[in-house]
Design a protein around this ligand. Structure first.
Ligand code: NOJ
Length: 764
């Protein structure tokens, strides 16, 4: 009886699996047949046309070139996609040109830089990552996709997953910080958020992971600069987030501007074909970054025809803006420099993307004005923006429990960013309208009404340097230099401070002091803002700093003179409300930094997962013939994973399920975390593992897990992590991903430095 039942069950299961396999097969079979039939009708020119991505201008151009003659090129079948076209009406018009005006009616794909929200703007990605809340980050991408698709878009140039250890690099603002484990989780969450489960749904769109690869390791933090690193470092620390995005099913990849191993990424066959397609099994298409093919002429790789052929042969499918493919591939084919198959493979991948998005079924699937008016900038999205912002802030210092502020005092709100709309969105908010931003002054008034007396003074310009201001103001006025002299501004601020119980200074960078082509060699507060702070300190009032920036600034001096510091990055549209919520305790800050804060620029690159060296410093004091500096300590000002709360947490010792695991057994490591303070709060409990002896040198520790928990005052929770041999693996000199038996130190704690430890011996 039982036997027959089991056999029956097995038959049902097998049939179901077969049916499912046939179904998936038939999906891809249908796509292949469709694309095959279409490609049979296409001329060579039309096939090359699909590889051409243009931007007609009018939006933000990130290079010197803006496409021309776009309309006639679309009608001629010489364009595969457009970006920088915003709004249903414009997108619909452009789509009509392709669908009605071109011979084969092939629809265009419409992309955009939707980086941290679309029109509703969320905190910059570095800020979002500091929430360590991957479900929330996924939701931010889901909301952005809903809004962007309602407005006509089908493709976003996000997530940016470049690991960065150098805050001089302005684009550090766009990523998830320095750690590959967290970076990979964020990459997966964002791809899932954008793409959902069904790419052809009208509220999901295709993600594009960028900038492949190693763009964040530009030498000296200078944008577009050379990258050079060992394969082990590449595989261990820089490639994982791109790989994670591929594993999550990302539909497209963008090549980076930099070179890798003396070959620009855009012509780098090792990256584009060997790693991306052969090792990771990527099936989507690869687009270059803005004119990256043409830029290979300046890299010294040859003329436009040569570099275009190199890119195609390396595995690039789509050429952004440069038109190298459009203007030279036919000639290269005739001369035997590329093959027809190479052109056809690229064309097929782009047509497949359009097929997956459902554009052949309905090219206007994303063009619905009713949806646009309902979804764009809707109240629920703004509410989410406020929540995301609150979760991205980091409390760096809080002496005497100055924060949260009492809702009954007189507050002097001072600083160039305190009553400012133009800088709240941060870099790469190309569709966000700064006019909808909530300034901090308004946010505070919204929260406290008339119970708090708020006195405001600007105090300083963001910078007094007119030459710098001009460079920063390229996309609109971010720095406005006051007609009053710096001293007049300071005098007014000091008078204001003298009439208050507490000073809140909202200071930092302008939004365009980070982002693309915004590297800085000195990442401190602009000198004139420091002058303001010096004057405010002299008033003797408690001084709360709210710091806006797209990178960790060097804050050694500020960390000594301030009573409290709240790092808020660029919080997005709801900046003022979110900052006020946190300042007055409506939300207890829970962010932890995903990037180390250097003490000074000379420490850079500084990151928690560094190597030990053969002469490590033992303790904090300077030692001769040890790896250290004469003039600064080795440690960062605030380490990776650091962030305070209005409450306090204590950690119990680690309890292991065993100290002597064997083979592929998994173990659990548990720590009891207690809220020892007076406020309900969230804590990001972090797991690190060290591998002190291995066949290659290892970093001092690596993040291998984290959990964000909420605790009431006095409440305790046991937080457990499962550890398997996957968590012990590293790349050896043959680039095999292996683990080796021996001793490992398991660490659980509140940041990368402050941890409890337990040792295990893992046998083969
Ligand atoms: C250049 C940037 O590097 C890239 O991130 C962006 O997606 C493209 N321009 C398109 O705007």
């Amino acid at each position: 009886m039982l036997r027959n039942f089991l056999i029956g069950l097995i038959i049902i299961c097998v049939t179901q699996v077969q049916a499912q396999t046939q179904d998936t097969k038939s999906d891809s079979y249908r796509m292949k047949s469709y694309v095959d039939a279409l490609m049979k009708k296409m001329t060579l020119d039309e096939k090359i046309g699909q590889l051409n991505l243009l931007t007609p201008g009018g939006a933000v151009a990130t290079g010197e070139v803006v496409s021309s003659g776009v309309e006639s090129k679309i009608k001629a079948g010489s364009v595969g996609g457009l970006f920088g076209v915003i709004g249903v009406d414009k997108i619909k018009k452009a789509q009509e040109l392709a669908v009605n005006g071109s011979r084969l009616h092939i629809p265009l794909i419409f992309g955009s830089d939707v980086i941290h929200g679309y029109k509703t703007t969320f905190p910059i990605p570095l800020g979002l990552s500091c929430s360590w809340d991957t479900a929330m980050i996924e939701r931010s991408a889901r909301i952005a996709a809903t809004e962007a698709t309602a407005d006509g878009l089908s493709w976003v140039f996000s997530p940016m997953v470049d690991i960065a250890r150098d805050p001089r690099w302005g684009r550090i603002a766009e990523g998830a910080g320095e750690d590959p484990y967290l970076g990979s989780k964020v990459a997966r969450a964002m791809v899932k958020g954008y793409q959902g489960n069904d790419l052809s749904a009208n509220n999901t769109l295709m993600a594009c992971v960028k900038h492949y690869a190693l763009y964040g390791a530009a030498e000296a933090g200078r944008d577009y600069n050379t990258t050079d690193m060992s394969r082990i470092k590449m595989y261990e620390y820089y490639l994982p987030p791109y790989k994670a995005a591929v594993e999550a099913g990302v539909g497209s990849v963008m090549s980076s501007f930099n070179e890798v191993d003396a070959i620009p990424a855009t012509a780098n066959k090792f990256l584009m074909t060997d790693v991306l397609r052969k090792q990771w099994g990527f099936k989507g298409f690869v687009v270059t970054d803005y004119t990256a093919i043409n830029e290979m002429i300046d890299h010294g790789m040859g003329d436009l025809q040569t570099v275009s052929a190199l890119a195609l042969k390396a595995g690039i499918d789509m050429d952004m803006v440069g038109e190298g493919f459009l203007t030279t591939l036919k000639k290269s084919l005739k001369e035997g420099k590329v093959t027809l198959q190479q052109i056809e493979t690229a064309c097929r991948r782009i047509l497949e993307a359009k097929y997956k998005l459902g554009l052949f079924d309905d090219p206007y699937r994303y063009c619905n004005t009713a949806r646009a008016s309902k979804e764009v900038l809707s109240a629920d999205k703004m509410q989410a923006a406020r929540e995301f912002a609150e979760h991205s802030f980091i409390l760096l210092k809080n002496n005497n429990q100055t924060l949260p502020l009492k809702k009954s005092a007189t507050i002097a709100l001072i600083g160039p960013l305190a009553n400012n709309k133009n800088n709240m969105l941060g870099t790469w908010a190309v569709s966000g309208d700064p006019q909808f931003s909530v300034p901090v002054l308004d946010g505070i008034k919204n929260i406290v009404g008339s119970s708090v007396n708020v006195l405001y003074a600007k105090g300083a310009n963001i910078t007094d340097d007119t030459v710098l201001a001009k460079k920063i103001n390229v996309f609109g006025e971010r720095v406005d230099i006051d007609k009053r002299s710096p001293q007049e501004l300071i005098n007014e601020a000091v008078n204001t401070a003298n009439n208050a119980n507490v000073v809140v200074a909202v200071i930092g960078e302008a939004s365009e002091m980070s982002g693309e082509s915004a590297s800085r060699s000195d990442i401190g507060l602009p000198e004139n803002q420091k002058e303001l702070l010096k004057a405010l300190v002299k008033t003797g009032k408690p001084l709360v700093l709210v710091i806006m920036s797209g990178r960790p600034l060097t804050l050694s001096w500020e960390s000594e003179i301030a009573t409290s510091i709240l790092q808020v990055w660029f919080p997005g549209h709801e900046a003022g409300n979110a900052i006020a919520d946190v300042l007055f305790g409506n939300y207890n800050p829970s962010g932890k930094t995903t990037i180390s804060f250097p003490r000074n620029v000379g420490q850079i690159p500084i990151y928690y997962n560094h190597k030990n060296t053969g002469r490590p410093l033992t303790g904090d004091a300077w030692q001769k013939f040890r790896s250290d500096y004469l003039d600064v300590s080795n440690t960062p000002l605030y380490p990776f994973g650091y962030g305070l709360s209005y409450t306090t947490f204590s950690y119990g010792d680690i309890i292991l399920s065993t100290n002597n695991p064997k083979g592929n057994q998994s173990i659990t490591a548990t720590a009891r975390v207690t809220n020892t303070g007076k406020y309900t709060g969230e804590e990001v409990v972090q797991l690190y593992i060290s591998d002190p002896v291995a066949s290659v040198t290892r970093s001092v520790k690596d993040l291998k897990g984290f959990k964000k928990i909420m605790l009431q005052p006095g409440e305790s929770k046991e937080v457990s992590f499962t550890i398997t041999t996957e968590d012990l693996k590293f790349y050896n000199t043959d680039l095999q991903h292996i683990w080796e038996p021996g001793e490992f130190i398991i660490q659980i704690g509140t940041n990368s430095q402050d941890v409890k430890s337990a040792t295990i011996n893992w046998r083969k």
